[in-house]
Design a protein. Structure first.
Length: 196
């Protein structure tokens, strides 16, 4: 089961996720949306545009964000209609993270963690040249993943509060074993039978 999937808005990706995991929430990556937006904003306007755009994606609530999006449209819509239309067209999936508290928002608003993982896997596979067969590649990726996981030692800030909020939102979709980790400091304390 996937609770929340953060994607970079590649065509068909959301539909593919929802066809397999119909209960999943899909959050579009705010960082990708910002980068894509700035491609269409003149460099002389980018600093001021970003100041106004931050009011949208850093708003305290979705209602405030929607008001700020209207302000953004009012100020910049005639000059950069493509950018404003992109935010409006994708708003439902860009604004999923407003349903959560700040600690959860920080986890789900961007694909950076996954991209960092992919970058480390690419670094390992690029240096090896050709592989004798698919199994050789699979073994290398497996070992690289194990080494990458060893670096994931820092506990998530406020994890015990965060996991409780996920549990309130998703209920039994998150099987918790409160005896697994008495400190509650890390997601490794969650016993999940079928997740990697």
């Amino acid at each position: 089961d996937i609770l929340i999937a953060c994607t970079d808005n590649l065509k068909g990706f959301t539909q593919a996720i929802l066809s397999v995991y119909p209960k999943a929430q899909v959050q579009l990556c705010i960082v990708h949306q910002i980068r894509n937006s700035l491609k269409y904003v003149a460099s002389k306007d980018q600093k001021e545009f970003m100041k106004d755009l931050k009011k949208v994606y850093r708003a305290v609530t979705k209602d405030v964000a929607e008001d700020e999006l209207l302000n953004l449209e009012e100020k910049w819509g005639s000059k950069y209609p493509v950018v404003i239309e992109s935010w409006q067209r994708n708003w439902e999936q860009l604004s999923q993270y407003f349903e959560y508290t700040e600690p959860i928002r920080k986890i789900i608003y961007t694909t950076n963690a996954v991209e960092g993982f992919h970058r480390q896997i690419r670094k390992v596979t690029k240096t090896k040249g050709a592989f004798t067969n698919d199994m050789a590649l699979l073994k290398l990726v497996y070992l690289a993943t194990r080494n990458i996981e060893k670096k994931w030692t820092a506990p998530l800030h406020n994890w015990s509060l965060t996991i409780q909020q996920f549990y309130i939102k998703f209920g039994n979709r998150i099987p918790l074993d409160i005896n697994a980790n008495s400190s509650g400091a890390s997601p490794r304390g969650i016993e999940t039978s079928d997740r990697v």
